[in-house]
Design a protein around this ligand. Structure first.
Ligand SMILES: Nc1nc2c(ncn2[C@@H]2O[C@H](COP(=O)(O)OP(=O)(O)OP(=O)(O)O)[C@@H](O)[C@H]2O)c(=O)[nH]1
Ligand SMILES: [Mg+2]
Ligand SMILES: [Zn+2]
Length: 335
């Protein structure tokens, strides 16, 4: 049977079948996919082949479901663990869009984190957008900060949105379902990512119009999330007229949203110094005018990127993020 992996707990996988049923599936210990070194051989978003086995385990007549094959992936997005330098983790596969949820405050998302995420999306050729959440909490100065960041990323052709998932979800006469933000998820598989506590699960619930994913307050002492979501799960997005779970959702041509656990950092995988600049759109463009073709834009003579930073054509925050990734590749460490 062919199915779609919609949940991953680390020990088992929730697989959704064409007939609308879902089963808890397992992989044999020696299961590996050639060519990819990762801590998880099966990822959320994978199309898999599943075989059933009778009466294994305690000799009952219950079926055991085994994932025997992973179909070719259209794409996948890998996150390099920040501490374990050789462990990488496939966040999701077969995604049409990666949406980064960002908060200016409570908690504060760093531009380095944003840029590392975007660079990862570039490396895996996954279209990315940025959703600024919790705008209801921002004062005048912070709203200006928000506007400046939106302008920066829009100028790089990353779509940005500013929302308050909480207030949209809690006001009955303005459900998020009828706001423009929900339309960006239509007909796509979208990965929601971001730091812990930025409101990924809250946004998901708001879009679905139901409290399905657990949400949790951020710590009042540190203004950081408490890692409420502990494993990734993919949810079908139904049109508001269609009640949830009443009809089987076709595997293809439908909208899915993947809620993921909050993460602290992103590192790029197996990357050469000269390559880092390819994943920063504006740096890549300007680098054509550098004197040396292998310029890494540190302080080489005739570096067009350095000049563009001085002229303000490249944002300093972006250049600093670029340098931080470059630093990783030099030191062999990930932050
Ligand atoms: N004021 C305000 N609070 C929000 C908003 N969105 C989410 N929150 C609150 O922020 C806290 C964290 O929200 P979650 O949805 O659990 O965050 P998460 O990104 O899923 O966090 P992890 O699962 O830990 O990665 C909760 O207390 C939410 O109620 C918003 O737009 N405005
Ligand atoms: Mg969550
Ligand atoms: Zn240069």
């Amino acid at each position: 049977m062919k199915g779609l992996v919609i949940k991953s707990t680390g020990t088992s996988y929730g697989v959704h079948f064409l007939d609308g049923t879902t089963a808890d599936c397992h992989v044999k210990g020696n299961f590996r996919i050639r060519g990819i070194r990762s801590t998880n051989p099966v990822a959320i978003g994978d199309y898999v082949e599943v075989k059933t086995e009778n009466g294994t385990g305690k000799g009952e007549s219950e079926l055991t479901y085994w994932i025997t094959e992973v179909y070719d992936r259209k794409n996948y997005i890998v996150r390099r663990s920040t501490n374990l330098s050789y462990a990488s983790h496939i966040l999701a596969s077969n995604v049409d869009m990666a949406a980064l949820i960002v908060t200016i405050r409570h908690p504060e998302t760093s531009t380095t984190f944003i840029d590392r995420f975007l660079a990862t999306c570039e490396a895996y050729r996954v279209p990315a957008c940025i959703i600024f959440n919790k705008v209801d909490l921002l004062n005048e100065d912070e709203l200006q900060e928000l506007a400046a960041l939106r302008q920066l990323y829009e100028s790089l052709d990353y779509p940005t949105y500013a929302i308050s998932a909480l207030t949209l979800a809690s006001s009955p006469d303005s459900p998020l379902a009828s706001s423009p933000i929900s339309s960006i998820f239509e007909g796509k598989v979208t990965l929601l990512s971001g730091n812990s506590g930025v409101g990924k699960s809250t946004l998901l619930n708001a879009i679905l119009g139901k409290d399905i994913a657990r949400t949790g307050a951020i710590s009042s002492a540190h203004h950081k999330g408490m890692h409420t979501t502990t494993f990734s799960e993919m949810y079908p997005l139904y049109h508001s007229t269609q009640p949830l779970h009443t009809s089987p959702q076709p595997l293809h041509n439908s909208s899915w949203i993947i809620d993921t656990p909050g993460i602290k950092g992103f590192g790029l995988l197996d990357i050469e110094k000269e390559e880092v600049g390819h994943y920063f759109r504006e740096i890549f463009k300007v680098a054509r005018d550098c004197r040396y073709s292998n310029c890494i834009h540190m302080n080489e003579p005739g570096c067009a990127v350095n000049q563009a930073v001085i002229d303000g054509r490249i944002a300093l925050s972006r250049y600093e993020s670029y340098l931080s990734i470059l630093d990783d590749t030099t030191e062999g460490k990930y932050r």
